[in-house]
Ligand binder design. Structure first.
Ligand code: AHM
Ligand code: MG
Length: 335
């Protein structure tokens, strides 16, 4: 029985056998993510102290400036997962292509691939605002013992076996699901141990917080504009409160605890919105559904979308069930 104050290590061991494909491999994988998260956390917390903040002068595949800490986090997660020989492939927001691990080794029996956004919201680092790591885990679809292919990564979100995030906030938390609810673990930095602090996290069915970059308002579809006006209307329990950190993990985390909705819709400037399906939207959508919330692109369930590209973008609306239902209603009825 999981109990508050149980350590993440204890929790992983206790729950290993309840996982349907249990062989210990997934437990070792979550353990490695835990380890890399602690290392990255240490570095993120030093960001203001050392000359590590600021752009490294390189751009990633999306043409955005890479921050030094993005590169650091990317290296750490890839190194940790590669060196420990736990997975067969990894794809990252910071890498143009997926990486095949030990593909020459016929004895490589690993069956999981990981997709990761090593440091999401990194434009917030320079100003001491929370950032996060997002991860998504699948079983490979190609034969074990052969090099992974793009098909192993382009799977529907509903095929995920685990997903989670680390939020480097006022405290650092690791929140994850293996398809059996969502649990949150808080890091005690003095001893470097994560403790179960938020068992069985659930989105309240309704919420009063909406999170959207309203600077893009004039470019949004009519249905989204109407929903935002609805949130602001003086009626029933409205107006809602607007809260937008600009760090998906932190906005999601707050909304899950308090009840709310996060929107990054398509716009007349970006037809597919901004967020990436495979390592941002899918893992958050899996967590949301496991916590009784919902995630949609405005019309379709996120987890049903068949991916076509590694770095594909998709409009994203995610949060308390009744609020997401309402957005879909406005999208359906838009003129
Ligand atoms: P990133 O992967 O480049 O960090 O971008 C993702 C982030 C999300 O965390 C956040 O919700 C969103 O971008 C904010 O975008 P904007 O500044 O356009 O509102
Ligand atoms: Mg990102």
């Amino acid at each position: 029985m999981s109990k508050k104050n149980q350590t993440l290590g204890e929790y992983i061991i206790e729950h290993q056998s309840s996982f349907k494909y249990s062989s210990g491999e997934l437990s070792r994988l979550i353990n490695s993510i835990r380890l890399a998260a602690k290392v990255v956390n240490h570095e993120v917390n030093k960001a203001g102290l050392v000359d590590i903040i600021g752009a490294i002068g390189d751009t990633n595949i999306q043409g955005e400036d890479q921050q030094k800490l993005d590169v650091y986090a990317n290296d750490k997660f890839i190194q940790t997962l590669t060196n420990r020989n736990i997975i067969c492939g990894i794809a990252s927001e910071e890498e143009d292509d997926f990486i095949s691990i030990n593909s020459q080794d016929k004895n490589n029996q690993n069956k999981y691939v990981v997709l990761i956004d090593p440091l999401d919201g990194s434009s917030n680092i320079d100003v001491n605002v929370s950032v996060g790591t997002i991860f998504s885990i699948y079983r490979r679809v190609t034969p074990i013992g052969t090099p992974v292919t793009i098909d192993d990564f382009l799977q529907k979100g509903s095929e995920q076996v685990a997903a989670g995030y680390v939020v480097y906030g006022t405290s650092t938390m690791l929140v994850y699901t293996t398809g059996d609810g969502v649990n949150g673990f808080t890091l005690n930095p003095a001893i470097g141990t994560f403790y179960l602090s938020h068992p069985n996290l659930k989105f309240p069915k309704d919420g009063k917080i909406y999170s959207v970059n309203e600077g893009n308002y004039i470019h949004f579809p009519q249905g989204i504009k109407d929903y935002i006006k609805y949130c602001q209307m003086e009626q029933d329990d409205r107006p809602y409160t607007s809260r937008y950190i600009g760090s998906l993990v932190s906005d999601f985390h707050r909304n899950m605890i308090k009840g709310g909705i996060y929107l990054y819709p398509k716009s007349s400037k970006n037809n597919n919105g901004k967020l990436r399906l495979l390592y941002e939207c899918n893992p958050m959508a899996f967590l949301a559904e496991q916590a009784d919330g919902r995630a949609t692109d405005g019309i379709n369930r996120i987890l049903d979308i068949i991916p076509t590209e590694l770095h594909q973008r998709v409009p994203f609306v995610c949060g308390s069930k009744n609020m997401v239902d309402k957005v879909e209603e406005f999208m359906l009825n838009q003129n």
